[in-house]
Design a protein around this ligand. Structure first.
Ligand SMILES: N[C@@H](CCC(=O)N[C@@H](CS)C(=O)NCC(=O)O)C(=O)O
Length: 394
């Protein structure tokens, strides 16, 4: 028996887990969520249809990209990985955590925009790609016939992330800026923090693979505008080291001399994502204040599988937050999962000594990103039984 990854080529979060498994040389097979075992065993076990899920050789099921990675980083699978993706330096670790959050959550706007608003370039490709999500027993024609329904759901989901007409030109300007900054950084560094991929790279590859490098429209943009970023994507998605243009011994950058190009990328995160995550924390705290009786260990909602503050993915009732972004106002759905990821940053930093905490704050401040170090929800988000739940009042 080996590991089975239930996921899909077209899926953003599967890309994060798959990239990790490949880079670490871990044996696995990938199966479609259309398979019987996924539908009849995995879904009832994890309580919702969601990918990726990993089934270990002993039958344990792990849902969530971050938890799948941590099975090998910190759990039973440790002997199977080749290197740790968590830097020892608390400064680099904190930066890595920020890019895990930003790559998987903060880049959703361009990921959804470039997938769903370029029909001429993308649609035939996506119809074929989505057909592999349905059971193999379903004839290809029928599988493709389900595409309008599934794509309709996803187009609606894009609204939760702020992909509205007014924002579209700004999303494109911002993404091009990101490509330019990342490309400039990769002149000297093969990965975000130096000679080896770290947790930050595995966050970024989430948005950068299935959506932004595989879908035809953004793929053409990346190849045209930032081929170096394209090569980073390729390095992140192969199992062998792929170092043509770099002479590196695999060590990470010196945390006392962060490259300007990295500070510039962190500055981009501050502009692009800090106002949003700050507004989400504020909204969640108002909501928690208004709902003091939520039982610890639940999401406080009728449906425990719901991922937004008030249901669905977010834009429901009071479950959304409004914030200023690039000169306009955006409203996006609040998803407690993001707080759970951000807690990793806070927890690891809290475990560092005072001098390292100070150095980290200083580095973040030089990019205007130090605000993220102080964001806290009134209750922690925990994961229990594969679902996000509120912890006790702190
Ligand atoms: N936090 C989860 C997110 C997984 C996720 O949202 N996966 C998408 C596919 S890329 C999904 O299953 N969506 C199903 C839905 O929203 O209905 C993780 O990182 O594993």
């Amino acid at each position: 028996m080996t590991y089975t990854l239930y996921g899909a080529p077209v899926s953003l979060y599967t890309g994060k887990a798959r990239s990790y498994l490949r880079r670490q040389g871990i044996d696995f097979v990938e199966e479609s969520p259309g398979f019987d075992r996924y539908l009849n065993h995995i879904v009832p076990t994890v309580g919702r249809w969601i990918i990726p899920c990993l089934e270990t050789p002993d039958g344990t099921i792990i849902q969530d990209g971050a938890d799948i990675i941590d099975h090998f980083e910190k759990g039973d699978g440790q002997s199977l990985r080749q290197f740790s993706i968590y830097p020892e330096s608390p400064v680099l670790l904190a930066i890595g955590h920020v890019f895990e959050l930003f790559g998987g959550e903060g880049l959703l706007r361009p990921a959804m925009h470039y997938r769903w608003n370029f029909d001429e370039e993308n649609l035939a490709f996506l119809a074929s790609e989505f057909s592999v999500l349905v059971p193999a027993s379903v004839p290809q024609e029928d599988a493709e016939a389900q595409f309008p329904h599934n794509s309709g759901r996803m187009r609606k989901a894009a609204l939760n992330f702020g992909v509205v007409p007014e924002a579209m030109p700004l999303i494109e300007t911002a993404f091009e800026e990101f490509l330019d900054l990342f490309s400039a950084h990769l002149v000297d560094q093969p990965y975000l923090l130096g000679g080896q991929p770290t947790i930050g790279d595995f966050g970024l590859i989430a948005a950068m693979w299935a959506h932004l490098f595989r879908d035809p429209a953004p793929m053409a943009l990346v190849k045209r505008r930032a081929p170096r970023v394209g090569r980073w994507v390729e390095r992140m998605t192969t199992s062998e080291p792929f170092l043509h243009e770099y002479d590196t011994d695999g060590s990470l950058i010196d945390d006392t001399e962060l490259p300007d190009t990295l500070i510039a990328l962190m500055g981009f995160v501050a502009e692009e994502y800090l106002p949003e995550i700050t507004a989400h924390v504020e909204r969640a705290n108002q909501w928690l204040d208004e709902n003091p009786d939520i039982e610890a260990g639940t999401n406080g909602l009728e449906n425990p599988a719901n991922r937004g503050l008030e249901g669905g993915r977010g834009l429901v009732g009071n479950g959304a937050a409004t914030f200023a972004w690039r000169g306009i106002e955006l409203t996006t759905g609040v998803m407690p999962y993001r707080f759970w990821l951000m807690q990793k940053l806070h927890d690891d930093l809290a475990a560092a000594n005072e001098a390292d905490q100070e150095r980290t704050r200083h580095a973040f401040a030089s990019a205007g990103l130090d605000g993220i170090l102080d964001l806290r929800t009134l209750r922690r988000v925990e994961r229990d039984g594969h679902l996000e739940v509120w912890g006790p009042l702190v």
